[in-house]
Write a protein that binds this ligand. Structure first.
Ligand code: KMT
Length: 187
């Protein structure tokens, strides 16, 4: 089971680039687990009838699911017509925020990055590809971006009726944020 993550540089360059430090500073899965992030590797080719996915959904109570394809058009009118909403949404996804519920995402195709904050408030970039299912805990500050391939197809899972509302940082007074921060002290 492999999942690659690393500490990010602070350059303002294109968010879709890897932004690794030089030399690279990897973050092992165990460290992600201590931040409340969990991971499964599945076979995305059989997601429509995958007993392993079914088992996870049942055990975790992920009753809701939908699928989004996210593609940055390379057409010159990317910022116009139908692409405007997607472009705005991508901007929102990359604005640091938290949710009141866990965020559960399963990459069915393509690639994407999730960035999360560690305990010292440093950015960790998590590199996701086809077959990667990740859960981010409620209350963690994070953001999402496509990588340079500009395409991902992602399954969103949720316990019960989905609530996608994002609260941009600062959201430190939220009970869920305080609960999350307190949970980190256990380590
Ligand atoms: C979020 O709110 O962080 C996201 O939904 C990320 C994008 S997953 C399609």
């Amino acid at each position: 089971m492999t999942l690659e993550a690393w500490y990010m540089d602070s350059s303002e360059e294109d968010q879709r680039k890897p932004h690794r430090l030089n030399p690279n500073q990897p973050v092992p899965l165990k460290e992600l687990n201590q931040l409340g992030v969990f991971y499964w590797k599945l076979n995305a080719d059989i997601y429509e009838a995958d007993p392993e996915l079914e088992k996870i959904r049942k055990e975790q109570g992920y009753t809701y699911m939908d699928i989004l394809s996210i593609r940055k058009d390379t057409l010159p009118d990317y910022e116009t017509k139908n692409s405007v909403r997607l472009s705005l949404q991508l901007k929102m996804f990359f604005t640091e925020h938290l949710h009141l519920d866990d965020e559960i995402r399963y990459i069915l195709d393509g690639r994407a990055y999730f960035d999360i904050r560690d305990k010292q408030d440093r950015w960790i970039r998590i590199d996701l590809g086809k077959g990667d299912l990740i859960t981010l805990p409620a209350g963690i500050y994070h953001r999402f971006t496509l990588d340079e391939t500009d395409y991902t197809k992602v399954m969103r899972l949720f316990v019960g009726e989905p609530v996608w509302k994002a609260y941009n940082r600062p959201a430190d007074d939220f009970e869920i944020r305080q609960k999350y921060v307190a949970s980190l002290k256990a380590f």
